[in-house]
Design a protein around this ligand. Structure first.
Ligand SMILES: [Zn+2]
Length: 441
């Protein structure tokens, strides 16, 4: 895919490492008048505009005035079949699954329904500046085929998997250990490593998989060493009690997954709210990651994620929206909620850390930080352009901002999809506010 060289001139911010691992100002780069040189889908150069542009004659320059370029957001836990149950009233996890989620997921037996939902879902991600997501399909193989086909049309970097679920769910939504293995394998063969797509082995959570099915999930991971593993862990107290009843031989929830060799450096466990220190140690020592999904955790009344416990044990944490338990596709809104959740347990997320969790940390969790999550030269050109005057309130408040850190904080507290002016994937504009962009191009 050959593209001409384009210079994007704007204020630019990106994280270089976890802000807790160094002096804060050394952990990110900020250019007040910066430029990104993009060629063939990759970033060729980043730096001060005047200096860098002096070395390029006859280059096309796109001026993003009163904007801020950041890496595209990375959502490390989201369900595409649940877009239609976002904002469903009044339940906690287990009832919510039964009353809202399962009936909605049943519709994904139909290819057309999958296609129209995948299209809507990808449009929402791009409209919110999210360029990569780790995505649950439904139990149906076709749900993932439709999702990947839509994502591939725009050459997006996406990771998804078919739900494996062979018990404790309605008959119309269950597979078997063998069929889940066969269907996952067929999807892996067809899509894993195709362009920018990757596959995640996706048992829904321990209670809906038999021992045989969890063993099959482990078998897939052993057969293809660069696959992801994506599931839920310790979201809700009732759920944890249920897991203890179903797997009495395991000393805790994580031990169930461990027993079937599902803890790898490409495993992402969503929620992980109620963990013991020994579970945290085990996550750290297997280099597994957890997805902190604050809007879902408060909405479903699941509990407050303990970020400092994770940090103490050096567990890799990233952010997820968990649509449809989560209440917004916006990673800015998700950062805002993460800040509030931490405030309630006397912890603080500074704004650089919040942006780190929504970008580079996601890439690190997915072992993709050499490609996405930052704007270093040679990275793939996936980035979002934030509008610093998106609303009258943001515009007004930013006039009183005295630093990039304050600006970032204002954006994460006041911003949502309106703050995304444009989204670029692999160097190409895939969303522009106020223009009619669609995944069916
Ligand atoms: Zn979830």
């Amino acid at each position: 895919m050959s593209q001409t060289t384009i210079a994007h001139r704007s204020a630019i911010f990106h994280c270089l490492t976890d802000p807790d691992l160094g002096h804060l100002e050394d952990t990110y780069e900020y250019f007040e008048d910066g430029v990104l040189i993009v060629k063939d889908g990759h970033i060729q150069q980043i730096g001060d505009a005047e200096k860098v542009l002096a070395g390029h004659s006859n280059i096309e320059v796109i001026e993003h005035r009163n904007k801020l370029i950041i890496p595209g957001f990375i959502d490390t836990h989201i369900h595409y079949p649940q877009a239609e149950v976002i904002a469903s009233y009044g339940e906690q996890l287990l009832d919510w699954l039964e009353n809202f989620t399962f009936p909605a997921e049943a519709k994904f037996a139909d290819r057309q329904h999958c296609e129209s939902t995948a299209k809507f879902f990808l449009d929402e991600l791009l409209k919110n500046g999210t360029t990569t997501a780790l995505v649950f399909g439904s139990v149906h193989k076709v749900s993932v085929e439709a999702f990947f086909d839509q994502a591939d049309k725009q050459h997006l970097r996406m990771i998804a998997g078919k739900v494996m679920m062979d018990r404790n769910a309605p008959d119309y939504l269950t597979d078997t250990a063998q069929s889940s293995y066969d269907d996952s394998k067929a999807l892996i063969e067809k899509y894993h490593g195709k362009n920018r797509l990757s596959y995640a082995v996706t048992p829904r959570f321990a209670p809906t998989s038999s021992d045989q099915q969890l063993a099959m999930a482990g078998k897939l991971l052993a057969e293809y060493p660069d696959l992801y593993l994506h599931t839920h862990l310790s979201e809700n107290k009732q759920e944890i009690d249920w897991v203890a009843e179903l797997f009495p031989e395991c000393e805790n929830y994580l031990a169930v997954y461990d027993k079937y060799n599902l803890l790898t450096d490409r495993s992402v466990f969503a929620h992980a709210i109620h963990l013991s220190d020994s579970e945290c140690q085990r996550l750290a020592c297997t280099d597994s990651a957890v997805a902190f999904c604050p809007t879902s955790n408060t909405f479903l009344g699941s509990g407050l994620f303990n970020l400092s416990q994770m940090q103490q044990h050096k567990v890799q944490v990233a952010l997820g929206t968990d649509i449809g338990g989560g209440t917004s596709f916006s990673m800015l809104q998700t950062m805002q909620e993460a800040y509030k959740v931490c405030q309630l347990s006397e912890q603080q997320i500074n704004p650089v850390k919040a942006f780190y969790l929504a970008t580079l940390a996601g890439a690190q969790a997915l072992k993709l930080d050499a490609k996405i999550g930052n704007l270093k030269a040679t990275s793939e050109a996936d980035f979002a352009v934030l509008d610093l005057a998106a609303t009258p309130l943001i515009d007004y408040r930013l006039q009183h901002s005295s630093s990039i850190e304050e600006t970032l904080f204002i954006l994460m507290i006041l911003g949502d999809d309106r703050a995304i002016d444009a989204t670029y994937s692999f160097g190409k504009c895939v969303y522009q506010k106020n223009q009619n962009f669609s995944t069916v191009l």
